[in-house]
Design a binder for this molecule. Structure first.
Ligand code: NAP
Length: 310
């Protein structure tokens, strides 16, 4: 039987991915929303999480799709009311608040799923299998996009907790930390802030690892034209390039065949994983990608760029 789920925060990602993925799955029934702006036509809506939790004790799971800085209060209220919780990426504004949510979920025997959609990219598993047993020599990430196209009018990305260019950049880090057989750690960063904004518009990161390799990441929101979401991994036995956010893989220049669902399959796979986690009474909370971002803010040198206006 389908589990009843509520979605909270009905914006771009809820409409683009969560609602269609829930609708297409036999595991789930979208039973209600929490929305300050009216929710979804034809679906019961509550203005606050507290109102939802008291009106609908039959809803077992709440999926939170609002920006990260406001997510903690919603997640905590849902867990304390005995509901399983799924968090969009990044799972919160700080590492400690997510650890706190994980502890509450564990105490209460509930599932907390800190989702990383890029880890469900079509070629992530194939890339990880290909890297097994190879020595990695270097890794280069290029995550370049036009912020006006991908975050039109979203002021929250420029506010503390909004992460700026790390909002997409953390997708690259989540994908890379899934496919690498060994860890890496950040050693230097340069963060470029528009002079009128609180978060960076570009970042250049250097890591030691995996193993004896070095990793370099370049995130930039000032990119015209089509986005580049690519990771190039040089090894002692060939080179792998993950592109299109992990939907495509080439080895030594030759494309590796992808499944038909490619990028569009990320969210159905996330919701499939959520169902399995609940069925098996487990949580999935990996803060690795967020630790690299926190390290970049801790070590990063600051540069100032021209003001940014939408
Ligand atoms: P968004 O459209 O700007 O906002 C999502 C919704 O959250 C809003 O429509 C609003 O819904 C609610 N909300 C906004 N501010 C809030 C606040 N202060 N308190 C409570 N609720 C608030 O953002 P988005 O692009 O969907 O991104 C949301 C999250 O998804 C982010 O963590 C982002 O990294 C992640 N994500 C986004 C994309 C993408 O392509 N945009 C892709 C993958 C992941 P109501 O009016 O219904 O309350």
């Amino acid at each position: 039987m389908a589990r009843r789920i509520a979605l909270a925060g009905i914006g771009k990602i809820a409409r683009d991915q969560h609602i269609p993925s829930i609708a297409a799955s036999d595991d789930w029934e979208l039973a209600a929303t929490v929305s300050r702006s009216g929710g979804i036509e034809g679906v019961e809506t509550h203005a606050t999480m507290e109102a939802l939790l008291s009106a609908r004790p039959d809803i077992e799971v709440v999926s939170l799709t609002m920006p990260p800085a406001s997510r903690y209060g919603y997640a905590r209220a849902a867990l304390e009311a005995g509901r399983h919780v799924m968090l969009e990426k990044p799972p919160g504004a700080t590492l400690a608040e997510v650890q706190n949510l994980a502890a509450i979920a564990e105490e209460r025997g509930l599932t907390l799923f800190a989702s990383w959609h890029s880890r469900e990219a079509a070629m992530a598993r194939t890339a990880r299998d290909w890297l097994e047993g190879r020595d990695i020599l270097s890794v280069e990430i290029e995550w370049l996009e036009d912020v006006r196209r991908w975050h039109p009018g979203q002021d929250w990305v420029w506010e503390p907790g909004g992460l700026g260019v790390f909002d997409p950049g953390i997708n690259a880090l989540s994908l890379l930390t899934k496919v690498l057989p060994r860890p890496m750690h950040l050693t230097a960063a340069t963060l470029t802030y528009p002079e009128n904004r609180q978060t960076p518009i570009a970042a250049d990161l250097k890591f030691v690892g995996p193993g004896a390799a070095t990793t370099r990441a370049r995130f930039d929101w000032r990119h015209d034209g089509d986005q580049t979401w690519a990771i190039r991994i040089a090894t002692d036995a060939g080179e792998a390039v993950l592109s299109d956010g992990g939907a495509s893989l080439a080895v030594d220049g030759a494309p590796v065949a992808a499944g038909a669902d490619a990028l569009s399959g990320e969210y159905p796979r996330l919701y499939g994983h959520l169902a399995t986690l609940i069925d098996t009474s487990r949580s999935d909370v990996d803060l690795g990608p967020m630790i690299h971002v926190a390290d970049a803010f801790a070590l990063g040198r600051r540069e100032t760029a021209a003001p940014f206006h939408f």
